[in-house]
Every structure is written in structure tokens, then in C-alpha cells.
Design a protein around this ligand. Structure first.
Ligand SMILES: NC(=O)c1ccc[n+]([C@@H]2O[C@H](COP(=O)([O-])OP(=O)(O)OC[C@H]3O[C@@H](n4cnc5c(N)ncnc54)[C@H](O)[C@@H]3O)[C@@H](O)[C@H]2O)c1
Length: 248
């Protein structure tokens, strides 16, 4: 499938591993020039090097998305390098598993800081650029937890992911009619974030009609779609991709 993304530029947060790395690979395979951002510079470098081996253009940046000062600095550097930024993927996220009655203020602030504040300020930094360019696409990674409230050990995470769906709608309105903002709400994806005891994995998978976790590549393909002209009339939408685990 040709997503017509050749010569576009993208900034992906949390691109050092997991879903973010799969998104980076998928975008560069379509000819997109890439800024791979991660709080872990080494892993961002690994992602960039792995796509460069295939002759693609990718540059690593260290970025903690919970710090707006860093966001504005990195976005300025990426813009100087590429001249424009067509696609922003807000993928960086954390999901520490802490029982709801044991959450401390620091835990709360850290999860909200990365997942919600990070998505908000990344989008703010890019929105002004996209409005000026009169084009662009913001794609936010939410979660099935936004729909269900998650499990007892991921309450704050679920709330941030629901907040991301609301932010997606706010930015969709702000960017219209020139640029779009959409979200993806994955179910359970086989990444390091899901490294939990096998019996827990088995009981989760037992509730998924398609009978397995998603592959990171199955989330990345939706990013390609949302960034492509084929999705030109999508904005403010959240696409649920969960193997039938949650239907409504
Ligand atoms: N794996 C799942 O089952 C699942 C399901 C639904 C949604 N998601 C969401 O998908 C996204 C990616 O998840 P994943 O499974 O690949 O997770 P992961 O833990 O494997 O990777 C997350 C990446 O984000 C980076 N990161 C963490 N904090 C950061 C920060 N402050 N600034 C910049 N980068 C930071 C990490 O270094 C890591 O490279 C997350 O937003 C997650 O909430 C995952």
C-alpha cells in the first residue's frame, strides 16, 4: 500500500523501543524523514541507526516530554534540521503498576507529567508550526484503559489516557481546517510495558476475542493511515484497536 508519505517529516516521542520504534520503522519505510525522540538517548540512537541501515534518514534526540522547556528546544532543533514538521506522534508513555490506594502524590505527578502534560505541550509546540504551514497531522497514543478505567493498578494511567482523547478533540478544533489531530487506543500490545507475570498475561489474553496481544507493527500501520491522505477527513477521532477486547 502506498500511503503517499514520501518526503514528509515526522517527530516521534518514545521512539526508542516498543510501539514507538515500530512507528519509526514504518514511517521511514514510507520515505518519511524522522526525528526519534526518547528520554533514553541510547535507545533513540539504536532506533535511528537501525532505520539508517536501510538507507533511511533518522536523527536521535534526547527528550523528556514531561519538561516543556526541553520540548520547545528539541522542536526548534528538528524544525531547523528539516525545515518543516508534518507529523507528530505523541507515543511516549509510562504505566507504573501501583494499587489505587497506594498511589502517592509523586507517582500521580510523574504519570500525569509524562502522559498528559507531555502530550499537551508537544501538541502546543507543533500546533503553531502546523497552523503556520497550513498542514500537518498529530497522532496521539491513548489506550483501552481510557475506555475501561484500566485495572486497579493503572488508575492514574487510565485517567491520563482518557485525558489524551479529550486533548485530541481540543487540538482537532484548534488545527482545523488545515491540520488534523487523531488518537489511537490500543488494547494489549506485546512490548516491554507488558512484561508482567505469565499467568496475568494468560488471563488478559483469555478475554481478547482475537486470542492474542497486538504486535507493535499493528499499531504502527494505523499511524501510517492517519498520517496519510486516505485519512484526510478524520479529525478528533479515536481509533480503537484491541482485538475485540472492548467494543461499544
Ligand atoms: N503496550 C501496551 O499494551 C499498550 C497499550 C495501550 C497503549 N500503550 C501506549 O503506547 C505507548 C508506547 O507504549 P510501549 O508499550 O511501546 O511502551 P514501552 O515502555 O515499551 O516504551 C515507551 C518508550 O517511551 C519512552 N519514555 C518514557 N518516558 C519518557 C519521557 N518522559 N519522555 C520521552 N520518552 C519517554 C521510554 O524510554 C520508551 O522508549 C505508550 O503511550 C503506552 O501508554 C501501550
Amino acid at each position: 500500500m502506498d500511503y503517499q508519505l514520501a518526503n514528509k517529516t515526522a517527530l516521534v516521542t518514545g521512539g526508542g523501543r516498543g510501539i514507538g520504534r515500530a512507528i519509526c520503522k514504518a514511517l521511514t519505510n514510507e520515505g518519511v524523514r524522522l526525528a526519534v525522540c526518547d528520554i533514553n538517548l541510547e535507545s533513540a540512537r539504536e532506533t535511528a541507526e537501525s532505520v539508517r541501515k536501510n538507507g533511511k534518514e533518522a536523527f536521535p534526540f534526547r527528550l523528556d516530554v514531561s519538561r516543556p522547556v526541553e520540548i520547545y528546544d528539541v522542536v526548534a532543533q528538528v524544525r531547523i534540521r528539516f525545515g518543516k514538521i508534518d507529523i507528530l506522534v505523541n507515543n511516549a508513555g509510562i504505566c507504573p503498576r501501583i494499587p489505587i490506594d497506594a498511589i502517592k502524590e509523586d507517582d500521580f505527578d510523574r504519570i500525569v507529567g509524562v502522559n498528559l502534560k507531555g502530550t499537551f505541550f508537544m501538541s502546543q509546540a507543533l500546533a503553531s508550526i502546523m497552523k503556520e504551514q497550513r498542514s500537518g497531522s498529530i497522532i496521539n497514543i491513548s489506550s483501552i484503559g481510557a475506555r475501561t478505567g484500566g485495572v486497579a493498578a493503572s488508575s492514574v494511567y487510565a485517567a491520563t489516557k482518557a485525558g489524551i482523547i479529550a486533548l485530541t478533540k481540543s487540538y482537532a478544533r484548534l488545527l482545523a481546517p488545515y491540520a488534523t489531530a487523531n488518537a489511537i487506543a490500543p488494547g494489549v500490545v506485546d512490548t516491554d510495558m507488558m512484561k508482567i507475570p505469565e499467568e496475568q498475561v494468560n488471563s488478559i489474553v483469555a478475554q481478547i476475542p482475537l486470542g492474542r496481544m497486538a504486535l507493535a507493527e499493528e499499531i504502527a500501520s494505523l499511524v501510517l493511515f492517519l498520517a496519510s491522505p486516505a485519512a484526510s477527513y478524520f479529525t478528533g477521532a479515536t481509533l480503537d484497536v484491541n482485538g475485540g477486547c472492548f467494543m461499544y
